[in-house]
Design a protein around this ligand. Structure first.
Ligand code: NAP
Length: 336
């Protein structure tokens, strides 16, 4: 696969998001099937593996360690800390230095490695000064447990404060045709500071593949059930945008999923999308997007078709929105 630079690393221009192999979108695959997906990803040339302590509350890191720990030299390993299961068994943002220190040691064990290449603070814990969380992460770099640091879903202001404590290698935020929030300020801040950008949910959590047509059939506990864009009413509106989108994909000669990834790739050489999948055929299809070059005319047509003004519903509900640190909520209210 073609490669891109991410800080000191050279990675496949499309990375492998591992979340749904353990968590998120309905019942995950059996571990043996998930292990086949991960091994196939490496065989296909995906060299950026993205996991987190949160996914399956450790199960996803364990899976990565067990399935491909023996091939550790073949991939750049990214994980995240700062959201955990608390003593009551509930998901909680916790960026206290002592929690992060413990979490990194646990992640290293689960991942069967002695160093994590890129370690993100999954969310800024607004109860803890970002400088304090970053201090703990910088100590982990000094101790050789982590090579480089990243942040997820932060505002430009928080990125600047964190970057002053320790250089940031990458910001990971949601970015796709239907989630343009990074265009408000964070992409520009990354470029100014020389920080890479990793685009999560680049397929709009399956919407842009055209293969999710009936949201009433999403499994109990599927994260999308709690997302406003996936309510029956909003999703019906969003589905209305797809025929024109699919016609563009056909004109370009690619699948809708490949078009979504090619659009992200076209937005800058400094951007690496990390689609997630539980299926080998989708891994293969998505890898094909690395070869797709879109014309300026197609990019403009896509930009016009699906964007923050045409999409139905905000991306997060109020609870998840409170967890992110950005200008987007105010922006969304302004654009209502
Ligand atoms: N930092 C953060 O806060 C954060 C948040 C969310 C995600 N992430 C990271 O980003 C990664 C990707 O995000 P995501 O999984 O939320 O969303 P995504 O990549 O936009 O979409 C994943 C969904 O698309 C489907 N899919 C993938 N390729 C397909 C194809 N070619 N054709 C049809 N369907 C396809 C998957 O189903 P199948 O399994 O059936 O393929 C799954 O339902 C995650 O794995 C995780 O590593 C980070």
């Amino acid at each position: 696969m073609k490669t891109r630079s991410l800080g000191p690393f050279t990675v496949s221009c499309i990375g492998a998001g591992c979340m749904s192999l353990s968590h998120g979108y309905g019942p995950p695959p059996a571990p043996a099937d998930a292990a086949r997906v991960l091994n196939r990803a490496l065989d296909l040339g995906y060299t950026l593996i993205d996991t987190a302590a949160l996914y399956g509350f450790g199960a996803n890191e364990t899976l990565v360690g067990e399935a491909i720990g023996h091939r550790r030299g073949e991939y750049v390993l990214a994980s995240k800390g700062g959201i955990f299961k608390n003593d009551a068994g509930v998901r909680e943002i916790d960026g206290r230095p002592e929690t992060l220190r413990r979490s990194i040691d646990a992640s290293l064990q689960r991942l069967r490695t002695d160093v994590i290449d890129l370690y993100y603070l999954h969310r800024w814990d607004k109860k803890v000064p970002i400088e304090d969380s970053m201090g703990a992460l910088a100590d982990a770099v000094s101790a050789g447990k982590v090579r480089t640091l990243g942040l997820s879903e932060v505002s430009a202001g928080t990125l600047r404060r964190a970057h002053a404590v320790h250089p940031i290698t990458a910001v990971q935020s949601e970015y796709s045709l239907w989630t343009r929030n990074p265009e408000i300020e964070i992409l520009a801040a990354c470029r100014e500071l020389g920080v890479g950008f990793v685009a999560f949910s680049p397929l709009a959590r399956q919407y842009l593949t055209g293969r999710l047509t009936d949201v009433t059939r999403l499994a109990e506990g599927d994260l999308r059930r709690a997302m406003p864009r996936f309510t029956e009413t909003n999703y019906a509106g969003n589905l209305g945008l797809l025929p024109a989108y699919e016609a563009l994909a056909e004109r370009v000669g690619v699948t809708p999923a490949q078009l979504a990834l090619a659009w992200v790739l076209a937005k800058g050489e400094d951007i690496v999308p990390i689609p997630g999948t539980t299926r080998i055929e989708h891994l293969e299809e998505n890898a094909g997007a690395a070869e797709v070059e879109l014309t300026a005319e197609v990019i403009a047509a896509l930009d016009d078709l699906i964007n923050e003004h045409t999409v139905h519903g905000p991306r997060y509900n109020a609870r998840n929105q409170r967890e992110v640190d950005s200008a987007e909520f105010a922006h969304h209210l302004l654009s209502e």
